[in-house]
Design a protein around this ligand. Structure first.
Ligand code: AMP
Length: 580
């Protein structure tokens, strides 16, 4: 049987892992990196770039690249790149296809099955969109796994004999998730989950960029509309500076002039203290989900034995300090916070394929939000609609199937509209509409005719609804909620066909292409003297590529790589992260 891979499809970075005989391991990408930036670009030649190469292109051609599209999963937002309109499912599909290719290169055989992680707080639409992204990439998603659960699995896998209550604190690029997990006798039981789908490190970067631009007299929104290249460079510099401020007290950001040229830009020095003051109001938003997750698990902070940090943004000292203050203990971060989710997904993949290494592990998870339908209520003689009636309460162990009986409110009412919502408010207006359908064929008669509605929530966190008219015992519909948003079956099939038509770089050329894009970008930012030298190296490399002789290509590529590495070392990498 072909192996199943574990994929962390992240907002900022993605990673792929597999379960070896002993433990989960990360699979390297075509550039030898452990993380692949979740960035997609289409270059001038119409070729799709994913990962570090797209990140390079993004700095000089932000109009041809897109990142953070995980935040649009399950919505109908699209983006146009190089004349092509792409859905978030297709964009995620590109990232998944690139990770699939890395796994295929590693195993030397086709890979068609994966466990893919999502934020615990992803709703039904966002989960379905993730499964669709997998299909577009040629992957069957065997299981959708919640990210904090994946992290708990990666830790639990190593200390399966311990009994304890763990809180997983997962602050990534775009989402915040928190889960309470009880570990006992080889079982991992998620007791509760909560979170926010729009809170993460990218918000810190954007806030920082806004403040830096303001300090040189450029309001962020105006700059975004009129000087996209400047904003793109400042964002990239702030991303680097933010990470630098996790290690050092100050960082310098160069704001380019109006043309986006770095040479005559202004320098802004930001201290760690300043950054912490700017991001504190955003970080404060972690507190409510933490309160909720503890209340739902019926625990106080003191009962938590261990706090596990997951997600790149937990590298910020301020975040670690907040966690320390909140729980009165030192959080644990033994596993790399960027990799732990993919590692957990690989263990889950092992569970799906019944790999001997994970025989004894049992994992249970919960539904992180309440699911129910809209009902009307009678107040004396008045009927008011718009109330939410829960069918499955939040933090119920999944899989779960619950039934509730409803009755007609009018005489001779022969149909009812079932509107399915997710959320915690008493009023449906404040909750999220997941779908609706009509139950017909109710016998005419007095009010009070009965209809049973059953909600089934599967292991992937995906919902199915059935409705039965009690009098006729006939199940009217076996309905999978029709979604207000998201791709239809026909659009998924079309996306699969389109994906096959699109040009992508052969995997073995990725490294060459990446180096060339990076060198090109560096060239634009160098002084005349350095430029001449780099220019000759680029010419040589291009000629070598034309020659198609592997040894010549490698020799010239190494020359270029050495130059870039030397330049990065002496300039603290002004062109951005080189930390693949
Ligand atoms: P993830 O989604 O888990 O890959 O997390 C990505 C987020 O972590 C991005 O917003 C990064 O800027 C942030 N991040 C990564 N490394 C650091 C660091 N050393 N200091 C601060 N933030 C970081």
């Amino acid at each position: 049987m072909d192996p199943i891979i574990g994929i962390d499809l992240g907002t900022t970075n993605s990673a792929v892992a597999y379960l070896s005989e002993q433990e989960p391991e990360i699979i390297l990408n075509a550039l030898g990196g452990r993380l692949t930036p979740s960035i997609v670009g289409i270059d001038e030649a119409g070729v799709v770039l994913v990962g570090a190469a797209a990140r390079e292109l993004q700095v000089v051609r932000p109009d041809r690249c897109v990142s953070l599209f995980k935040r649009w999963m399950g919505s109908d937002r699209t983006v146009t790149l190089g004349g092509r309109t792409l859905t978030p499912e297709e964009l995620s599909g590109f990232v998944l296809r690139s990770l699939k290719a890395d796994a295929e290169a590693f195993f030397q055989k086709p890979i068609t099955r994966a466990v893919v992680t999502v934020p615990a707080y992803f709703n039904d639409q966002q989960r379905k969109a993730t499964i669709a992204a997998g299909r577009i990439a040629g992957l069957t998603v065997e299981r959708i796994l919640n990210e904090p659960t994946a992290a708990a699995i990666a830790y639990g896998f190593q200390g399966a004999d311990e009994n304890k209550i763990v809180l997983v604190f997962d602050l990534g690029g775009g989402t915040f998730d928190v889960s309470v997990v009880e570990q006992f006798d080889g079982t991992l039981e998620v007791r509760s989950s909560a979170g926010e789908t729009s809170l993460g490190g990218e918000d810190f970067t954007r806030t920082m960029a806004a403040r830096v631009l303001e300090s040189v007299g450029l309001p962020f929104e105006r700059a975004e509309a009129t000087l996209p290249l400047v904003v793109s460079r400042v964002l990239q510099q702030c991303e680097r500076a933010k990470c630098q401020l996790s290690r050092e007290a100050t960082a310098t950001i160069r704001v380019p002039d109006g043309t986006g040229d770095l040479v005559n830009g202004k320098e802004v020095i930001v201290t760690r203290e300043q950054l912490e003051k700017w991001v504190a109001p955003i970080l404060a938003r972690i507190e409510q989900p933490i309160r909720r997750v503890l209340a739902d698990a019926r625990l106080t902070r003191e009962k938590i034995d261990e706090v596990i940090l997951v997600g790149g943004a937990t590298r910020m000292p301020l975040v670690v300090q907040r966690v320390r203050d909140l729980f009165g203990r030192e959080p644990r971060g033994r596993l790399n916070p960027d990799e732990v989710v993919a590692l957990g997904a690989a263990v889950q993949a092992g569970l799906v394929e019944r790999n001997a290494a994970v025989n004894d592990l049992v994992v249970t998870d919960v539904s992180p939000f309440t699911l129910g339908i809209e009902v009307s209520k009678e107040f004396q003689s008045e009927t008011k609609s718009g109330y939410f009636d829960p069918v499955i309460d939040r933090n119920t162990v999944i899989p779960v199937s619950r039934m509730k009986r409803y009755t007609t409110m009018q005489p001779n009412q022969t149909s009812i509209m079932v509107k399915i919502y997710q959320g915690e408010s008493r009023r449906v207006g404040e909750n999220l509409l997941l779908g609706e359908f009509e139950v017909q064929g109710i016998p005419a008669g007095p009010r009070g005719q009965e209809v049973d509605v059953r909600f089934t929530y599967d292991l992937n966190g995906i919902l199915e609804i059935e409705a039965t008219v009690v009098a006729t015992k006939k199940m009217i519909s076996h309905v999978i909620a029709r979604h207000a948003k998201g791709l239809s079956e026909a659009s998924i099939r079309k996306a699969v066909r389109d994906m096959e038509k699109l040009k992508a770089h052969p995997r073995d050329e990725t490294r060459n292409h990446y180096i060339l894009t990076r060198a090109d970008r560096l060239y634009k930012e160098l002084s005349a003297e350095h430029r001449r030298f780099l220019g000759s190296l680029i010419d040589g490399f291009e000629a070598a590529l034309e020659s198609r002789e592997p040894e010549t290509i490698e020799r010239y590529r190494e020359g270029l790589e050495d130059f870039i590495a030397e330049f990065d070392a002496s300039n603290d990498d002004p062109t951005g992260n080189s930390d693949e």
